[in-house]
Ligand binder design. Structure first.
Ligand code: SF4
Ligand code: SF4
Length: 204
């Protein structure tokens, strides 16, 4: 099991902690204005800790260094605060978290993990959360389309005759055909086929 890091506080970390505290205070003020109570699943945290990749969530002490480090925040603004996602996970806000679009914003760059003083494998924890969201059928539309192509063709997109021809014109070798029998077995055993089938049945 991964152990928390033993890195000491330096000026950079202190500044990140300050950013986290400001974020926490702003967020607390806005939650006071919330009228409807949120639904809490007390067992959700344990489910994440038991999921592959989710184990290090237990070490997060909410310093905010990950939020201060994350490059995605520069594009997404304060809609994407990774520390907040981890806090929601620990609080058991399952429904709110697994239905959240921002859960899919992480670019898996691992920058936050380089600086996390607790050794939390943030991208892996978010991966565990995404898997749980996918199990509940909550996949973003674009990813659903890619997953559907993988189930049907063994590739993330169907190769047309034109594309094959352009590969040849550009001097690229022909694309090797995936073994659909093997692909079928993988998508069945991982549950991907079921997720895709349920998603297609839900479509209007
Ligand atoms: S994951 Fe690490 S850096 Fe982020 S809030 Fe938790 S302890 Fe701090
Ligand atoms: S791994 Fe994800 S959450 Fe962490 S810094 Fe990169 S994009 Fe942000």
């Amino acid at each position: 099991m991964n152990r928390p890091g033993k890195r000491g506080l330096n000026a950079e970390t202190v500044s990140s902690v300050e950013t986290g505290v400001v974020e926490y205070m702003t967020e607390s003020a806005s939650s006071l204005r919330r009228k409807k109570p949120l639904k809490v699943d007390p067992d959700f945290k344990n489910k994440i800790l038991d999921s592959p990749g989710g184990e290090t969530l237990r070490y997060c002490f909410q310093c905010g260094t990950c939020t201060a480090t994350c490059p995605v925040i520069r594009a997404a603004g304060d809609t994407y605060m990774v520390r907040k996602l981890l806090k929601m996970a620990k609080l058991g806000l399952k429904e709110e978290l697994l239905n959240s679009e921002v859960l899919w914003y992480c670019a898996v760059c691992h920058s936050c993990e380089e600086r996390c003083p607790q050794g939390v494998k943030v991208a892996e924890v978010l991966g565990a959360l995404r898997n749980l969201a996918a199990e509940e059928g909550n996949l973003p539309k674009g990813l659903k389309a890619l997953a559907s192509n993988i189930v049907k063709f063994g590739l993330s997109m169907e190769m047309s005759e034109d594309q094959e021809m352009w590969r040849e014109v550009m001097g690229l070798p022909p694309l090797s055909k995936p073994n659909l029998k093997h692909v079928r077995r993988i998508v069945e055993e991982t549950g991907l086929a079921k997720i895709v089938a349920e998603g297609e049945a839900d479509e209007p």
